[in-house]
Design a protein around this ligand. Structure first.
Ligand SMILES: NC(=O)c1ccc[n+]([C@@H]2O[C@H](COP(=O)([O-])OP(=O)(O)OC[C@H]3O[C@@H](n4cnc5c(N)ncnc54)[C@H](OP(=O)(O)O)[C@@H]3O)[C@@H](O)[C@H]2O)c1
Length: 339
């Protein structure tokens, strides 16, 4: 597609983060960018919906470097986010991981790192590129000096960031890194993690108060609502920045209190710990590591890494709906189960 407007290419465009970036720029009028969404399946409902809104939809696969070269052709800006969860749930990858004799998360970590390296290799070839925005996370293993070695979904992205920085200094001069905060969408996910319940008469929220999970402060944000404004701010700011996508620092207990308040219900705390992930011990191990790391080093490692900016430090105004607004918008009566 030829266009006089600079081209913004979005990976993960059918997902939470990438979809938010597309939605943000579609909502800006007049739009400053031509938008290109990259997907493995342009016939999916989400991809066809993007096409119907005037977004160019092209095929691209993180595992197929040539497809990325094509998808990035003519790009002024690239936003890149990969998906650890899908890799972790892939039966064929888990089979290959099992053959290593190591906890499978390590294999998947390296697999996601390689996907990001493929993206970085392709981005480094784009002569028209002005800005690369990389959705990363801290190197938990390194920052904790090996204490939290199983937070695979953070280290996978950090390993690729370190690769890009070392191998492509010119690309890195045009790069800013986005550390996604803790998704509010985790509260409404299919696995029911972190969710409180309702009593039988549905007038009281029953929330768990086990420590440290419910007392540690997380940088909550809505991946669907807030990623676009954060990425736009990074695009408009000078490159070479690392931004934490936080809407509000809250503990789970704070979130439960806001939920009860917005639902007009009482709250009763019980002495147990919410489920952090049903089913898969590797996810549980990773999430437990993240919680330990967050208590000791901060979610973004900011107690030892001072390079990560908070939104108010970016020198760009970022206007977001509040966490309370997001909570108000959810249909909790249908999402929450009764005891
Ligand atoms: N949950 C949290 O609190 C949290 C916090 C910080 C960071 N994260 C990170 O967020 C990431 C997930 O982001 P998300 O929620 O935005 O993802 P998502 O909604 O699950 O969507 C995944 C996207 O990735 C695309 N994709 C997956 N594999 C692909 C491949 N091989 N080639 C091309 N495209 C591919 C999918 O596109 P198609 O299917 O259309 O091809 C889809 O658009 C994870 O890596 C996680 O570690 C999560």
């Amino acid at each position: 597609m030829s266009s006089a407007k600079p081209l913004l290419v979005v990976l993960g465009a059918t997902g939470n983060q990438g979809g938010s970036v597309i939605a943000h720029f579609l909502s800006v009028s007049p739009s400053s960018y031509a938008l290109r969404a990259v997907t493995r399946d342009p016939s999916s409902a989400k991809a066809t919906s993007l096409a119907s809104q005037g977004v160019e939809v092209v095929v691209g696969d993180f595992d197929d470097p040539k497809s990325l070269d094509k998808a990035f052709d003519g790009a002024s800006i690239i936003f890149a986010a990969t998906d650890f969860v899908q890799l972790m749930l892939s039966a064929s990858l888990r089979e290959r991981a099992a053959a290593t004799g190591e906890p499978p998360g390590f294999y998947i970590r390296d697999y996601e790192a390689q996907q990001n390296k493929n993206i970085i290799d392709a981005a480094a070839k784009v002569t028209t590129l002005d800005r690369f925005i990389f959705s990363g996370l801290p190197n938990v293993n390194k920052l904790s000096e090996g204490k939290y070695a199983h937070v695979y979904y953070c280290d996978s992205k950090a390993l690729a960031e370190e690769y890009g920085k070392a191998k492509y200094p010119q690309l890195w001069e045009k790069t800013s890194v986005f550390y996604a905060g803790f998704f509010l969408e985790n509260l409404i996910g299919e696995d029911g993690a972190f969710r409180p319940t309702l009593n039988k008469s549905k007038d009281t929220l029953i929330a768990q108060k086990g420590e440290p999970l419910t007392t540690v402060l997380f940088p909550w944000y809505s991946a669907v609502q807030d990623t676009g404004p954060f990425v736009a701010a990074l695009i408009h700011a000078a490159p070479g920045q690392k931004l934490l996508g936080v809407n509000q620092w809250l503990s789970l207990q704070d979130i439960y209190k806001i939920m009860a308040h917005t639902m007009g219900k009482a709250i009763r705390f019980v002495d147990s710990t919410p489920t952090i992930s049903i089913g898969d011990p590797e996810f549980q191990r990773a999430h437990k590591g993240l919680i330990g790391f967050s208590v000791e080093f901060g979610y973004d490692g900011s107690k030892v890494d001072k390079t990560v900016l908070r939104p108010e430090e970016l020198n760009k105004s970022i206007r977001l709906p509040s966490v309370e607004d997001w909570i108000k918008q959810q249909d909790w009566d249908n999402i929450l189960q009764c005891e």
